[in-house]
Design a protein around this ligand. Structure first.
Ligand SMILES: *Cc1c(COP(=O)(O)O)cnc(C)c1O
Ligand SMILES: [Zn+2]
Length: 431
């Protein structure tokens, strides 16, 4: 095991990220000291966090977790964060509701138990607070003073808020044409917000250039040079879902795909829980969901390809509009290994699914939630998702951020004078 030192960084011996011991290459397995690295120096493969996880007594670990705070820090022993993380100023995301969606289940014909993991309940109303919270700890450990990201919208808001609370400067980059709700959320916390004339893939390329330039010195890009740490935040979705199901794996789970990071890390989280003896080792199937207007992973899955051909995104599901997804090939591996699938739905189906979830369960999801619910419906109808098995669907963001998707079809039923006659004439009296 070759441990290399990283030129230009503070001595990594002083880095305390809890159980994290190294970065390791997903492709060739080479190990590197913990630092703001994201690509293997030997093969350019993506790096991920390697741990020395608490071995031994699963019952004791389960008790320790259950006694922890009602947020992601209850899983601190399994995350790249210092042990005292909960005492620092951060947004404390996570432990969002796992809603037993019986009405939706009835509508979709699911008999084995259908659950919606509703991550719109996070501090900035998307799952991105989870990943940012972990990246903030890495930024602190490596001495970064500016927090940054390339974002499809939700990440920019999560970074702005987390930086404000942590007392860091932030400067975030988004495509210039995002939904108003996401632009305002990204700006309101007082950091710098830069709109880039281009799509997300252009924004991301720009950020990669900035990292290599003196202009970006001292900057921690949560999803670029801090990406290995950032990604680990998504494991907490896997932990929470299992804990909320009574320390049990779901049989099937439907996850939206932008870069594919979240999906791969949920799988990693399930694998860790199995290895630690916290859940019974039984098969689970992972399904990926995309919008048809940006479906590079779904297209590759259906064509039987191992590589993902980039697309130019054109969909209302802007939070998922990454045409060149970094973790696409790993998503394909996981969907195939677990007996899952990757599927897509068109924008009209996304809108219908947003309204279906709202109408049946009182949950107003953003377009990404419409994508997962829409794909779930489609895969049940196609006989791919088994309705007799326990199924979890992720809603990763809040519908208030993507009002445009439904505003034209969600309006007042009637507008009337304030009189009983007018109300009677509107025909809305009790049936
Ligand atoms: C970012 C995001 C995702 C998934 O992102 P990955 O890049 O695949 O990890 C899902 N839903 C919403 C709402 C998001 O903002
Ligand atoms: Zn490598």
């Amino acid at each position: 095991m070759a441990v290399q030192t990283i030129a230009g960084n503070a001595t990594t011996a002083s880095v305390d990220l809890g159980p994290a011991v190294a970065l390791s290459c997903r492709e060739c397995g080479e190990r590197f000291d913990l630092g703001p690295l994201f690509a293997c120096a030997s093969c350019f493969g993506p790096l991920e966090v390697a741990y020395d996880l608490p071995a031994g007594d699963p019952e004791a670990l389960r008790k320790r977790i259950e006694a922890g705070p009602d947020n992601i820090w209850r899983y601190a022993p399994l995350l790249p964060v210092p042990a005292d993380v909960a005492d620092k100023p951060n947004l404390n995301p996570g432990f969002t509701k796992l809603v037993k969606a019986d009405n939706l289940a009835r509508e979709l014909g699911v008999t084995g138990g259908l659950y919606v993991k509703d991550d719109s309940g996070n501090p900035t109303h998307s799952f991105k607070d989870r990943v940012v919270a972990i990246a903030v700890e890495a930024a602190r450990a490596f001495g970064f003073t500016t927090l940054s990201c390339s974002s499809t919208g939700n990440l920019a808001g999560a970074v702005g808020a987390a930086a404000a609370r942590a007392g860091l400067r932030s400067c975030v980059f988004i495509p210039h044409d995002l939904e108003q709700g996401k632009v305002v959320m990204a700006a309101v916390y007082g950091g710098e917000l830069v709109g880039i004339e281009g799509n997300y893939d252009d924004v991301n390329r720009f950020c990669s250039e900035l990292i290599g330039d003196p202009l970006g010195e001292g900057w921690g890009f949560v999803n670029v040079n801090l990406r290995p740490y950032y990604g680990e935040g998504s494991k907490t979705l896997a932990y929470e879902i299992c804990e909320q199901l009574g320390w049990r794996l779901p049989d099937q789970i439907v996850i939206p795909i932008a870069s594919g990071s979240q999906l791969t890390k949920i799988d990693k989280g399930f694998q860790e829980l199995i290895r630690l003896g916290l859940v019974e080792d039984r098969p689970y199937r992972i399904f990926g969901a995309q919008a048809e207007g940006c479906s590079p992973v779904s297209a590759a899955f259906k064509a039987g390809h191992d590589v993902v051909r980039p697309q130019k995104p054109n969909t209302i599901a802007k939070s998922l509009a990454i045409g060149n997804p970094a973790d696409g090939p790993y998503v394909l591996d996981i969907a195939r290994r677990t007996g899952g699938a990757v599927e897509d739905v068109d924008d009209e189906q996304v809108v219908d699914a947003i309204k279906l979830l709202a109408r049946t369960e009182g949950i107003f999801g953003e377009t990404a939630g419409g994508v997962t619910v829409g794909v779930t419906k489609k895969l049940i109808e196609a006989g791919v998702i088994d309705p007799a098995l326990t199924t979890v669907v992720l809603n990763t963001g809040d519908g208030l951020k993507t009002l445009d998707a439904v505003s034209s079809t969600s309006q007042a039923t009637a507008t009337i004078k304030p009189s009983l006659d007018a109300f009677r004439a509107a025909g809305l009296a009790s049936a």
